[in-house]
Design a protein around this ligand. Structure first.
Ligand code: FMN
Length: 110
């Protein structure tokens, strides 16, 4: 299931086996709407679920790193390093995105 943070609730992640948070970097941090949602996830038991963060950035790319740290703090089985792509991904970047999807699926099979 893919959901925008604006309409997602913490209950959505409660049902999930794996959670991938996508966000851009703004002003040296993660996009505030996404960070707020990830904070709200703290209400839910997440220990052992597969988690990752990914996103596009312009020059520094802190957003996915911040979220990955938060997911680790929740005791999730985190995939690192976070996938970060400068600006809009081209074919090579898209291939990295597909690989991340496969990695998540492989982790769930184990
Ligand atoms: C106001 C503003 C602030 C930004 N600040 C950062 C930043 O601190 N570091 C960075 O790596 N990219 C920064 N960016 C670039 C965005 O992360 C990048 O353009 C990203 O691809 C935007 O994705 P979106 O258009 O899908 O939201 C900023 C962009 C804008 C418009």
């Amino acid at each position: 299931m893919i959901k925008k943070v604006e309409v997602a609730s913490p209950a959505d992640v409660e049902k999930a086996d794996a959670i991938a948070i996508g966000l851009a970097t703004y002003k040296g941090a993660g996009m505030p709407t996404v960070i707020k949602y990830v904070e709200s996830m703290a209400k839910v038991p997440l220990k052992g679920k597969v988690g990752t963060a990914f996103g596009s950035y312009g020059w520094s790319g802190e957003g996915p790193l911040v979220v990955t740290k938060m997911l680790s703090g929740y005791g999730m089985n985190v995939i690192e390093p976070s996938l970060r792509i400068k600006r809009i991904p081209e074919e090579e970047g898209l291939e990295e995105c597909r690989k991340l999807g496969k990695l998540i699926a492989d982790k769930l099979k184990k």
